[in-house]
Write a protein that binds this ligand. Structure first.
Ligand code: SAM
Ligand code: SF4
Length: 459
């Protein structure tokens, strides 16, 4: 086992942050210009950006982030929903309502039939991707249960379709267990470090999760178990966001160097209020800093998908989509078995309570194209193969037609009233923007097949 300072050298990052000399505007321009070439940034370059205060340079940073987002991801925005199947948890994370100290929570683990019901609910809203969420408890939520839950989700079919990609967010585990997740056909394995700052990590976590080393080496074990799409994240608010951004960039570079595959996604959750949680974030991140950190990550790790959840409200989500976010949850609940019922006892309180359809309407008004695409992973474009397409920005060519096709399915199967007309107009617009003529022609032909009732057609 390598030393964990190989993964993220926190002493070095602290030293970088402690250097207070100002960087001349020319060097900031040079860094932003390098990032514009989609070459990524070193941590030494990122530190200059996290300390940036000058308004006009900050505008340049946001402009560059928006351009990179546009060049790599275009206007598309991929949607998913979390599915909480069990809130049994043996950990005592200070910020989470599922912490073991919470004796008022009537804990619940869904049966396979209940998982099928929840899945059907999400399919009928139009979802094709689920992020599976569980607390850590090897008695209740052992790996066999997780695998059965995944299989159940994939097996559900309704007249409106089925779930085509299950991403998984479970506690750090063994190589053997990751191998089982791989066999169950998961998409991305996501695990957040929560905070890369050792002392803060120690203070806020009790139970098996208190082991910092176990947490930060989880993605390595996932690779050893055969998974090749992994996601990183930090819970913003626990520690200084500037240190966390440097750490995320370091961790990404480590994965890229060691496994030849950088993170498939980076998530940027900000801490939210939660019932029974009295912990107050010591480093709350303002909206301005939140947008800044998203833009910096977009510049520093240009090939990675960036995820925002309903922890954020509609206004900030709209701004974040423009400067870097490529995936968003919508129509979510954070309660076990909470879809289709009046829910209480969520893991935390969310700030975007709109339905998927309302979020989509808003996305169309903001010139985004909603996507439910799952083509890459089902065509074997994962891990290094995916990175070889994503890094030079070539994935975009296939993503646009796939976004159009999956959005057309959504319109045909799941919309009501006003959205249909609006949606069709935006499909026409994006279709006419596909530059490759034969690809445009083939996409039109496939749209006709969808109109005729065929489903699940992708490039
Ligand atoms: N239990 C597993 C774990 O902790 O890794 C799986 C996922 S947990 C259900 C998902 C994530 O929710 C955690 O990694 C944490 O970052 C986040 N979370 C917990 N409490 C939160 C809160 N109060 N506000 C926002 N996010 C929170
Ligand atoms: Fe359990 Fe995860 Fe909540 Fe921590 S964040 S208490 S591990 S569910």
């Amino acid at each position: 086992m390598k030393s964990i300072s190989n993964i993220v050298d926190t002493d070095y990052l602290n030293e970088l942050l402690s250097q207070t000399h100002r960087h001349p505007p020319e060097s900031i321009h040079r860094i932003i210009e390098k990032a514009r070439q989609k070459k990524g940034l070193t941590v030494e370059e990122v530190v200059c950006l996290v300390n940036l205060q000058d308004k006009s340079l900050l505008n340049k940073l946001f402009e560059a982030a928006a351009l990179i987002k546009q060049e790599i991801y275009g206007e598309r925005l991929v949607f998913f929903a979390p599915l909480y199947v069990s809130d049994y948890c043996v950990n005592d994370c200070e910020y989470c309502n599922f912490h073991i100290r919470n004796k008022t929570l009537k804990r619940r683990q869904l049966t396979l039939d209940e998982i099928a019901e929840q899945t059907a609910f999400l399919i009928n809203q139009g979802h094709k991707r689920i992020l599976l969420e569980l607390g850590e408890d090897t008695n209740h939520n052992n790996i066999d249960y997780v695998v059965e839950a995944i299989k159940k989700i994939y097996s559900v079919r309704t007249p409106k379709g089925n779930i085509r990609r299950v991403n998984v967010n479970i506690a750090s585990t063994t190589v053997e267990n990751y191998r089982k997740l791989k066999s169950a056909g998961i998409g991305t394995y996501q695990l957040f470090q929560e905070t890369y700052h050792h002392a803060t990590y120690k203070k806020l976590h009790h139970g098996p999760k208190e082991n910092y080393e176990r947490q930060i080496t989880a993605h390595d074990r996932a690779f050893q178990g055969g998974l090749d799409d992994v996601g990183l994240g930090v819970l913003f608010g626990l520690y200084d966001w500037r240190f966390e951004v440097l750490s995320l960039v370091s961790h990404s570079q480590y994965l890229d160097k060691t496994h030849r595959v950088g993170p498939h996604t980076i998530s940027v959750p900000r801490i939210c209020p939660a019932p029974t949680v009295t912990y107050q974030p010591e480093y709350p991140v303002s909206d301005d800093d939140f947008l800044k950190l998203i833009a910096i990550l977009r510049l520093a790790v240009p090939y990675t998908g960036m995820i925002i959840s309903t922890r954020e409200g509609p206004e900030i989500r709209k701004l974040a989509f423009r400067i870097g976010i490529s995936q968003a949850s919508a129509g979510s609940v954070t309660t076990t078995g909470g879809y289709g019922t009046i829910t209480s006892h969520p893991q935390f309180t969310i700030h975007d309570n709109r339905s998927l359809q309302d979020v989509i309407k808003d996305a169309l008004d903001n010139n985004l194209i909603p996507s439910f695409c799952t083509a890459c992973y089902r065509s074997g474009r994962t891990g290094e193969r995916f990175m070889n397409l994503a890094k030079p920005g070539n994935i975009h060519k296939l993503c646009k037609p796939n976004a159009i096709l999956t959005f057309a399915e959504y319109l045909a199967d799941c919309t009501t009233d006003g959205l249909l007309e609006k949606g069709r107009k935006s499909i026409d617009k994006y279709l006419s923007e596909i530059e490759d003529e034969s690809l445009q022609k083939e996409t039109r032909a496939r749209l006709e097949r969808i109109k005729a009732g065929e489903r699940d057609i992708y490039f």
